[in-house]
Write a protein that binds this ligand. Structure first.
Ligand SMILES: Cc1ncc(COP(=O)(O)O)c(C=O)c1O
Length: 398
């Protein structure tokens, strides 16, 4: 018999990615709820609404219709055509459905994109603050994420100039952009995105554009990288605008040169995406009117927060252009946003995500508030935060 220490499997070095601290907030909120406390949830970035009725009806019909086998690896042909048609409708772009790959949420699309476009050791630029899995998936795959600090002057986005400067220091192989962005909710103008893509293409840097929050744009219309170039990877999902997080279905638009590589990878990694989810996703396009109402709810929530939070005491945040996030600067109150979020949860009953998840440099000064909940939740959050800060709650956290 082997000694216990020898028998235990040890985690690989590449699996040592940081945890997502928001999950600690979720767990703490759950403990308080179990004690009977009412908590306003603004920590997790997902719609409070379910999938559109058309999607659910299609899934029900498919369940009774017969066995749900594998589908083609790149996705059900009619879904790929429907996604291509959506680009014509939303962005006026004529896309060949052969370039559309259906994936298990956009999360799986990142793995496919990084494996198809990068070698181990490649350097890939990401924005700070930014969605943590970009960095963590790159690390797990042996690539090197390189953070670019974004600034108010450039609307909190990576610019072509930033990219070229970093590339000159040591060559980059790729850059990931997200607009509307998580956690900031800020967006890139069409001109800024086009300029970034132009600089990247000139320098031979692959662009991956995460467009998961498209459809949730309030300040100005979101531009797809697919309208600007055929030589970029666009990633999107049914999770946010379509309210289908748990169905785990997303898609990519890939350059013709990468389709076969992505297909081979997905054949081996997944075979195909859950069939029921693909069928529901195709039908979700028929639920547009319902989804537009949900979007209008977010717009109303955004208005409540933009008006109410400054009065409550949070008076400094990034432009809330899109998605359903507001990134508030809490440095007036604390330089430890994790501790501040913990106290706000315990004392005010409002759960928010500390910025440290998104930005190792300045995240300790920020909180992300998700406004995908109900109107009532938003009003209550403003009242509770106002009362808490008014009673010195913020001071306690200093
Ligand atoms: C910016 C961004 N990209 C990708 C994802 C992953 O979403 P999914 O895998 O559900 O498509 C999320 C989820 O919150 C996100 O915020």
């Amino acid at each position: 018999m082997l000694e216990t220490t020898k028998r235990r499997l040890q985690p690989s070095a590449r699996s040592a990615v940081p945890p997502f601290m928001v999950m600690d907030v979720v767990a703490a909120a759950g403990r308080l709820e179990a004690q009977g406390r009412r908590i306003v949830h603004m920590e997790v970035g997902q719609p409070a609404t379910g999938a559109p009725a058309a999607a659910i009806a299609a899934a029900r019909a498919a369940l009774s219709a017969g066995p749900l086998g594998y589908t083609e690896t790149l996705g059900i042909a009619s879904l790929r055509c429907r996604i291509a048609r959506a680009y014509a409708e939303w962005q006026g772009v004529d896309l060949d459905p052969a370039r559309i790959v259906v994936t298990t949420g956009s999360s799986a699309a990142f793995i496919l994109a990084f494996l198809a476009a990068f070698e181990a050791g490649d350097r890939v630029a990401v924005a700070l603050p930014g969605y943590p899995p970009y960095r963590h998936i790159l690390v797990a795959l042996g690539c090197e994420p390189v953070g670019i600090e974004t600034r108010a002057q450039t609307r909190w986005s990576i610019t072509g100039e930033d990219l070229v400067a970093l590339h000159r220091e040591r060559p980059l192989k790729g850059v990931i952009v997200g607009s509307p962005a998580n956690p900031t909710g800020t967006m890139m103008s069409a001109a800024a995105l086009a300029e970034l893509i132009r600089c990247a293409e000139d320098a031979g840097i692959a662009v991956i554009s995460d467009e998961i929050y498209h459809g949730l744009d309030y300040a100005f219309p979101a531009e797809s990288a697919a309208r600007i170039s055929d030589d970029v990877i666009v990633i999107n999902s049914f999770s946010k605008f379509f309210c289908m997080t748990g169905w785990r279905v997303g898609w990519m638009v890939v350059p013709p040169s990468l389709v076969r590589a992505v297909e081979r990878l997905q054949q081996n990694l997944a075979i195909s995406v859950p069939t029921l989810s693909q069928i529901a996703a195709e039908a979700a396009f028929d639920g547009r009117a319902e989804l537009i109402k949900v979007k209008q709810g977010y717009e109303e929530n955004r208005r409540i927060l933009l008006e109410g939070l400054p009065r409550a005491g949070f008076d400094s945040f990034l432009p809330a252009d899109g998605a359903f996030y507001l990134y508030a600067d809490v440095s007036r109150f604390s330089n430890d946003s994790f501790e501040f979020a913990t106290r706000m949860l315990e004392e005010a009953g409002v759960a928010a995500t500390p910025g440290v998840d998104f930005d190792p440099l300045h995240g300790r000064n920020f909180l992300r508030l998700c406004y995908a909940g109900s109107r009532q939740d938003m009003r209550e959050a403003v009242e509770r935060i106002g009362a808490w800060l008014g009673q010195g709650g913020g001071e306690l956290a200093r």
